[in-house]
Design a protein around this ligand. Structure first.
Ligand code: NDP
Ligand code: KPL
Length: 304
């Protein structure tokens, strides 16, 4: 199986490395600066689940250098989707399916419109990972899950191929038969988690200590559940309660990737996540006052 990773950042380098370790052929399609960094320092993974060094990582800077691929593992940030689209398109024209693992939901319909519905699988990840100053991956969470599944019947074969690969892979890969529901569950969770941690500039511990602050996160979960319901996705109060429990069970210093990006003064995905929710709500005549307030609080920190 030939997998092209577009976006060899924390997620792309981690999962790409694990795919290679499991026996897949992996090509990293990167931009010039990242290509130089990988050439100079290699592509190593330091992980709670076992370290791995990718020997001679295959890197290219343009899709025209690739003859054909089975899958594009798309792990750019939401604000880089447009810039990556030409390369993704070229690979789809050469026969690849696309597995986007970005947080959020708007990118799914953007990709479907640009590439055709049959090309785009559903995907999401649970992991806490970041790149260090050498561009190596530091994976710090006890979990490293990749959930994938078909959004169209034509995707059965590629999903089965991924399931086969999962048998050899040092990651938890879950082949979901209800991937739209899983995408919305994660969207609900991450909008509340990244919203409250980034807006307060605090990890989850102190947020749980103050019921008034936790209440804001809970209200965002409720709003996102109502938004999902408007799009005929059956999120329920049980899902909201599970997300709340999960917040309370996290390590006190656990935080979102968006909050980590705020700490590092990097560009934030707030328009893709919270802005996206507000656009989807407006299209259905729904108001999301807590989500909108948190969006407003994060906005001044959006641009690096
Ligand atoms: N990090 C985490 O723990 C988690 C992240 N996520 C989600 O996963 C997605 C990716 O996040 P993360 O891996 O942290 O982000 P990173 O910023 O670490 O990685 C994104 C990578 O995309 C690259 N990129 C951007 N545009 C292009 C392009 N046109 N062609 C090739 N490469 C490109 C960037 O390269 P360059 O160096 O050139 O800028 C960068 O290396 C986000 O949506 C995030 O919310 C989800 C779960 C956990
Ligand atoms: C919540 C978490 C860590 C789960 O993967 C995440 O997706 C993020 O912070 O971006």
């Amino acid at each position: 199986m030939h997998i092209v990773v577009i976006g060899a950042g924390a997620l792309g380098a981690y999962f790409g490395g694990r795919f290679e370790e499991a026996g897949a052929k992996v090509t990293f399609l990167v931009r010039k600066k990242r290509a130089e960094q990988i050439q100079n320092h290699g592509l190593d993974i330091k992980s709670t689940k076992g370290d791995y060094a990718i020997k001679n990582p295959k890197i290219v800077t343009n899709a025209s250098e690739i003859d054909a691929a089975d899958l594009v593992f798309l792990s750019v940030k939401g604000y880089h989707l447009k810039g990556a689209m030409d390369d993704v398109k070229q690979l789809v024209e050469k026969g690849a399916n696309v597995l986007p693992v970005l947080n959020g939901i708007e990118h799914v319909s953007v990709l479907q419109e640009q590439l055709g519905r049959d090309a785009v699988l559903g995907g999401l990840c649970f992991i806490i990972a970041t790149l260090n100053n050498k561009g190596h991956v530091e994976h710090s969470s006890a979990f490293h899950n990749l959930v994938f599944g078909p959004l169209e019947p034509a995707q059965t074969t590629i999903c089965n191929q991924l399931e086969e690969l999962s048998k050899q892979a040092n990651i938890k890969m879950i082949h979901s038969k209800a991937i739209s529901l899983e995408l919305w569950k994660k969207y609900m969770y991450i909008t509340a988690f990244s919203g409250i941690t980034t807006a307060t500039n605090l990890p989850i511990g102190p947020i749980c200590d103050y019921k008034e602050t936790f209440y804001v996160a809970e209200m965002i979960l409720q709003e996102m559940k109502r938004l999902a319901n408007k799009y005929e996705v059956e999120l329920t109060d049980v899902d909201v309660e599970k997300a709340k429990k999960n917040f309370m069970n996290l390590n006190r210093d656990a935080t979102s990737s968006m909050h980590q990006d705020r700490r590092k003064n990097l560009t934030l995905e707030v328009d893709h996540l919270h802005g996206g929710a507000l656009r989807l709500a407006k299209a259905k005549g729904l108001e999301l006052p807590f989500t909108e307030a948190v969006y407003g609080l994060i906005k001044p920190f959006e641009n690096a």
